[in-house]
Each structure stands twice: as structure tokens, then as C-alpha cells.
Design a protein around this ligand. Sequence first.
Ligand SMILES: NC(=O)c1ccc[n+]([C@@H]2O[C@H](COP(=O)([O-])OP(=O)(O)OC[C@H]3O[C@@H](n4cnc5c(N)ncnc54)[C@H](OP(=O)(O)O)[C@@H]3O)[C@@H](O)[C@H]2O)c1
Length: 326
Amino acid sequence: MRYIRLDGMPLAPSLICLGGGPLGSAIAAEKAFELLDTLVEEGGNWVDTAHVYAAWLPGGGGVSERTIGAWIKARGVRASFMVGTKGAHPHLETMHISRLRPTDITQDLNESLERLDSDYVDIYWLHRDDPTVPVGEILGCLNEHLAAGRIRSLGASNWTAARLQEANAYAAEHGIAGFCSSQIGWSLAQPNPVKAAYAGTLNMDADTLAYHRHSRLPVVAYSSQAGGFFNKVTRASVSDPALADSGMAVHYFNETNFSRAERARELAARYGCDANTIAVAYLLNQPFAGYAITGCRTPQQVRASCAAADLMLSAEQVAWLEGEAG
Ligand SMILES: NC(=O)c1ccc[n+]([C@@H]2O[C@H](COP(=O)([O-])OP(=O)(O)OC[C@H]3O[C@@H](n4cnc5c(N)ncnc54)[C@H](OP(=O)(O)O)[C@@H]3O)[C@@H](O)[C@H]2O)c1
């Protein structure tokens, strides 16, 4: 496992972070504990969750954070294991009304701390952005929570490069903490526009990638394995009736991705791993710090995803995976 420091986080985070969306709901608590145990065995030291996770299930709101809090308590690992949670997501029944005012942030943070059964969150992400709310107002609120010790570091999820830049310039000018990283949808597979446009989420595009390569602002990638695309799909999958209307086909079937999967398989054969591991390693071998949030369902998947952190790819291999000649 490799680790790279992120400003403010108490420990250098592992390049692999476990995705916590289904923990305690689609993945029952006992199984969730097993996944978290396996992550730690592999050297992983953080999990990603959110205030809104499982709120779409009857009685599900907060179950991911509660399950993680219960595991941390059961294992006694609060000082050696980090939690990132996200807040200020719109209410699901009123997705068009943003919740990014200081009262929204403070309410969600306090509830998350209670569910996690902790006095602090290692990194607090804003789950969405609303460009009509001034960055100074948002950062002012977050910095108060930092000063009070309720948050250790700040991140922004689904924020554009322009807004990140504006926020971090404001922070530098006013001598306060800015965002240490951006959490955005990113994998070696490029999503089709229908996925890219989903409910205020943002995916990496060429301009954003160029921004990170230039600014070196770290990226924490979600949906980093494209749902397992690289191990599941070949060009022939286009004519597989079982996949015809699947989310995989709708979101990821395109020529760029079929070609990238072929290259990932070619490199995987050389390294004796699977194509998914290569696809994750692509994210972790950039000129800026890249981390992958991996949504694993089994201990075996956790181990295979963690293996990507040990794979060093050259800049030429990264460019070649993207499709550049060479
Ligand atoms: N900030 C945001 O707005 C946001 C949005 C979405 C997600 N997230 C975060 O990201 C996490 C993960 O999202 P995701 O589920 O979309 O991620 P993902 O890792 O791209 O997809 C998860 C799927 O990939 C497959 N998989 C997992 N490990 C694998 C491995 N080692 N080899 C091959 N296939 C593997 C599994 O498919 P099978 O189940 O078919 O085996 C699994 O269900 C969430 O839990 C959440 O923490 C954040």
C-alpha cells in the first residue's frame, strides 16, 4: 500500500479508500465489518461515507455512518483509521433546492458526528456545490468547525475546477484553510453524457484533468472502477443480450472505453494482474496525488483493488492507456 499526505488529515491516507455507500444497507453490517477488516489487513486506513447515504431506503438514512462508527468502536481504531463524510446534499425530495448555507452544513455535520459516535471527522466533504453561494461564506463556516476540532481537513465533491480555484484563492488571501482535494467521478473509462449529467455530480473531463496536472491539487476519485467495467466488458459485450439495457451499457459502452479496456488487458497480462487493477493504477500514477474510492462487495475485491496501489506506472504507460500512440 502507498500513502500520500493530504493537508490537515491526521495520518497520510492510503491511495485506496473503501466506498461506504452500501455499508449497513445493501451490504449487511456483519459483511461490512469484514470488508473494513480486510481493508485494514491490506494497509488501507480510510473509508468514504456521506450524511445522505441510504436515505433513499425506508429507514436507511444514516445507516452507513452508523455502521462505520460501530465498526470503529468495536475494533478500537479511532486513532489509526480515518473517516471522510460528506454533507450539505439537497434533501432527496427537493433536489432542486441546494443546502449549502452554514445552517445546513452545521446541521448535517452535527448529525454525522452523532451517527459516527465521534468528536471529529478526518475529512469533511461538501457533497455538492451551488455557485450562487459565495465561497467566503462556505469556507468561513467550515473553518469555524476546523477551529473547534470537529473537522480535521476540508474537501469539495462535485465542484468545478473554476470554483475550487476561486475557493482556494480566497482561502490563501484570507489566511484560512481551503480544500485539500477534490472528490469527483473519475475512472479510466469515460462515462457517456447520460451518466456525466446525473443530479449535480461531476466527472473528470479533459480540461479538469489538465487543471489538476497543472495545479497539482489532489483528486479522490469515486466510481473509480467504473462498476467493474474493465473485468466485465469486451467489444463483444455490445451484442450480449444480458447487458443490453444495463447501467453498464448505458453509462460506459463507447469506443474509447472498449479500446482502453483492450490496452488495460494488454498491460495486465504483462504485470500478471487483472485489467481492473491496471485501470485503478492509472488513477494513482498521475503527476498529482490521486486516490481511488473503491466500491467493493467482497473481501477478494478489496484485496484486488488494494493491489493497484502497489503498481507503479510510468507517464508513458498512463498516456498509452488513455489512447495516445506509443
Ligand atoms: N461524491 C459523490 O458524489 C459520490 C458518488 C458516487 C459514489 N461515491 C463514493 O464512491 C463509492 C464507490 O462508488 P461505486 O460503487 O460507483 O464504485 P466502483 O468501484 O466504480 O464500482 C463498484 C463495483 O465495481 C465492482 N468491483 C469492485 N471491486 C472490484 C475489483 N477489485 N475488481 C473488479 N470489479 C470490482 C463491483 O461490481 P459487482 O458488484 O458487479 O461485483 C462493485 O459493485 C461509493 O460507495 C461512495 O463512497 C461518491
